[in-house]
Design a binder for this molecule. Sequence first.
Ligand SMILES: NC(=O)C1=CN([C@@H]2O[C@H](COP(=O)(O)OP(=O)(O)OC[C@H]3O[C@@H](n4cnc5c(N)ncnc54)[C@H](OP(=O)(O)O)[C@@H]3O)[C@@H](O)[C@H]2O)C=CC1
Ligand SMILES: O=C1O[C@H](COP(=O)(O)O)[C@@H](O)[C@H](O)[C@H]1O
Length: 500
Amino acid sequence: MIHSIPNASIVLFGATGDLAHRKLFPALYQLYQKGHMKENFSVVGVSRKEFSHEEFQAEVASAIHEHAKGADRQIVEKFASHFYYLKMDVTSEASYHELEELLNVLDRDYQTNGNRLYYLAMAPKFFGTIPTFLKSEGITNTEGWQRIVIEKPFGNDLPSATKLNEEIQQSFNENDIYRIDHYLGKEMVQNIQVIRFGNAIFESIWNNKYIDSVQITSSETLGVEDRAGYYEKSGALLDMVQNHMLQMVMMVAMEPPGELKPEHIRDEKVKVLRSLRFFSEEEVKKNVIRGQYSEGNMNGDQVPGYMNEDNVDPESRTETFVAAKLFIDNFRWTGVPFYIRTGKRMAVKSTEIVIQFKQGPMALYHANTENYQPNLLRIHVQPDEGVSLTLNAKPKGDTPDLLPIDMTYNNNSTAEMNSPEAYEKLLHDCLLGNSTYFTRWDEVALSWDFIDRITKSWQDGTGSKLTHYPSGSMGPEEADELLKADGHSWWEPTKVREEC
Ligand SMILES: NC(=O)C1=CN([C@@H]2O[C@H](COP(=O)(O)OP(=O)(O)OC[C@H]3O[C@@H](n4cnc5c(N)ncnc54)[C@H](OP(=O)(O)O)[C@@H]3O)[C@@H](O)[C@H]2O)C=CC1
Ligand SMILES: O=C1O[C@H](COP(=O)(O)O)[C@@H](O)[C@H](O)[C@H]1O
């Protein structure tokens, strides 16, 4: 449900950066132009560059015109007038005094009641420093609420994430820490819960009696682009699996919450991670595939391999692709493999979840037909949004054959054409104090614990070997073999049919 956002000041650390320009300014603008933000808010942009308030407002307006579809010039101007700029180095204690002075004036002018949201759109090395200074310099000491949004990555292993968490918790309560995973803001990821728990026909068969396997694919066509500095140390395992892929696994596998309250939902999600089988080195070798893209053809263009990308070590062992077979050892899921795969420079940009159901007890109709398809429930996360269910039917006429048909719901073709962007939904939620779709510390800690074992076995050389796949393909052959060994194959991403 959409509610109006309370009066508040938003401090945006990293206001001249890429994330602020491409995602955060447009997301805040959308909330404003839809009427969810009234006039009582201010945004203070912080970074080291020299800007007057007016120059910054012009920057904000231009970013919105570039990145928010159909932005209205007059509304943008009015919206941008709520923005202020402070040149400051976040590592310098003294500069926080200027921030406090500015915020005190804005609190009064906009009647914010001292409510403040701090958004850290900065490099992770500053994630501990900023909250420490916000508290020590008394900025968080107001009558209103104080919330902090932390971007990814939250640490790069369990020890570093624990240290960071302890640092932040010196200044903010867990309830006021909003760790962003933008996949949790995606319309269809949030829809998984509704599809499952809002439909008795699915929930009653959502278990190992009826489900054969689950597949989650998140493939990208882009390569590393200009992010080698970060990606070389991260790779696909830390960049995508530790957060987005495991979050989708949790959403598919969680038990129904007692109530639709943040802690009820987050409690159920974390239980999935507690039941996730943590791999031994031998199991990593067997169940986790890592690949790196080599040169290839993307839509007719020849593109370089990862090792030839700018700022990448020509001997790099960084993985740009991961596929894995996961096991959730609990009553509901024992015996159901969860296959996940994600990678860069793959054939298509797509995120799709496929639930494959078991065959019925007797092959009455499909014994003699090649057309038989298992029942599949596909949740199309992006670029199309929707759900489709594959059934077997009788083709027209007098034939004993089977015809697989799709029943489809296309979210893109409903009245509200454009689903809100993930960042719009998440900003809206944290301004309202709703932490449902943010990651709680215990989720983060368990996911790192799971991931660290894989990283360690790769570093020790005992885990799976790095393999290569041509750009423009759907990953290395080893990822296909992983499923073939179980008599499965990857379901290729599909489009949601337009006519439905
Ligand atoms: N860009 C994206 O699409 C995504 C980004 N993220 C995460 O968001 C965060 C920000 O990413 P991104 O916007 O790409 O990063 P950028 O490098 O584009 O921006 C970094 C910002 O930090 C400012 N900054 C750097 N050092 C200081 C300092 N000492 N004091 C004050 N300001 C400083 C920079 O401004 P200046 O140099 O002028 O000081 C700039 O505004 C990262 O944690 C990233 O992992 C997550 C998902 C997607
Ligand atoms: O967090 C990240 O996600 C993007 C993919 O996000 P999507 O919404 O476009 O699917 C990925 O490209 C990036 O490497 C990673 O840091």
